[in-house]
Design a protein around this ligand. Structure first.
Ligand SMILES: Cc1ncc(COP(=O)(O)O)c(C=O)c1O
Length: 355
């Protein structure tokens, strides 16, 4: 009988929005509209035949990452995107019957990996003002909780947890692991990687997909205490990261000026979009990420569709907890943002302010 593992029945497939790119403005994937550092392109132009024909060697890139973050290489794992790091955490630590604390709404892969592993995913609702439910998470901590997920800044809510709140959870977590996903950290400028030295229950995941703009190459990384890394290494594929990603990652890490410029551009365009949307009477929420949220109320589905018909793709969040009536807009370059606004203004009847 070709039956999958029993736990598969409760897991969904991650919905990849394969809506194409031809003539489309894709503001639905939180990609980097400013591409990647020119130094990355240069590094890739200098690929050798061996880069293609030989298995990758991780050492020098891992050392570079470790040095950049001021930790030893024994605290680092590199992976095929942040998703692959997250998978490693679930594969190494979460087993059937374990409980996973997941603040919601949240990025989809935590729920999927948890369910595939047969864990009980305990959802805790963010607060109405989108702030992190610290007290609720603290109250839910018990010896049965294997993993507590914290995404900072959060996706899709765009809010941050304060350092004090994070420290509180880390010190109360006991033997539960805290999985801190810092996919969007550059946009707020604060990473907590140094805390892995103090908290053996902390695992931090980061990516090259957002500020660095290496999304298509798939490169992520994870930081934790050496004893956790030893377990995680067992579930990490031997060559999950290819030579192109290693070269690109190394060049990207060396060009921090590019990151500063991207962060500035995102802030400027976020500000521009907010101002324009607010002038149209549309409520927005600035986020500590590379996207913003806009509230269009009962017309969310219709406006999402209308934008799609006009070749502008955004993310419809209206079915998510706390986000009824909201759309998520990735911050684009000015020309794409203008086209998005033009498409929005073209919708009939015009979008009226929500009462
Ligand atoms: C919170 C969060 N974690 C992880 C990921 C996956 O990133 P990657 O492209 O590195 O797999 C995303 C992607 O958008 C995300 O939003």
């Amino acid at each position: 009988m070709r039956t999958p593992r029993r736990t598969m029945a409760q897991a969904k497939t991650y919905q990849i929005f394969n809506l194409g790119r031809r003539q489309k403005i894709r503001l639905d994937l939180n990609e980097n509209a400013w591409g990647c550092s020119p130094q990355v392109i240069e590094a890739l132009e200098n690929l050798s035949a061996e880069d293609i024909s030989l298995y990758p060697a991780y050492d020098s890139f891992i050392n570079q990452v470790a040095e950049h973050y001021g930790v030893g290489p024994e605290h680092v794992i590199i992976s095929n995107g942040a998703d692959d790091s997250i998978r490693c955490v679930f594969d190494a630590f979460v087993e059937e019957g374990d409980e996973v604390l997941l603040p919601v709404p949240n990025y989809g892969m935590f729920d999927i990996f948890g369910r595939i592993r047969g864990a009980r995913v305990i959802e805790i609702l963010y607060h109405d003002d989108f702030s992190f439910p610290v007290e609720e998470v603290l109250a839910a901590i018990s010896p049965k909780i294997k993993l507590i997920v914290i995404v900072n800044p959060a996706n899709p809510l765009g809010t941050v947890i304060s350092e004090q709140e994070l420290l509180h959870i880390l010190s109360e977590a006991g033997d539960s692991l805290v999985l801190l996903d810092e996919t969007y950290w550059h946009f707020v400028g604060k990473s907590y990687v140094s805390l892995i030295k103090k908290f053996p229950n902390l695992i931090i995941v980061q990516t090259f997909s957002k500020a660095y703009g290496l999304t298509g190459l798939r490169l992520g990384m994870l930081f934790s205490a050496a004893e956790n890394i030893r377990q995680l290494a067992k579930v990490n594929l031997p060559f999950a990261v290819n030579n192109l990603a290693l070269k690109a990652g190394s060049a990207a890490l060396a060009d921090q000026m590019f990151i500063q410029q991207v962060v500035l551009n995102v802030r400027m365009e976020m500000h521009f979009l907010q101002r324009e949307l607010n002038q149209m009477g549309i409520e927005t929420r600035a986020c500590s990420t590379n996207f913003l949220l806009m509230k269009v109320g009962d017309r969310a589905d219709e406006i999402y569709q209308a934008l799609q018909q006009r070749n502008v793709l955004v993310r419809n969040l209206t079915s998510y907890p706390l986000l009824k009536g909201y759309l998520r807009i990735s911050i684009g370059r000015r020309e794409d943002n203008l086209k998005f606004l033009e498409a929005l203004r073209d919708i009939r009847p015009p979008i009226a302010p929500i009462q």
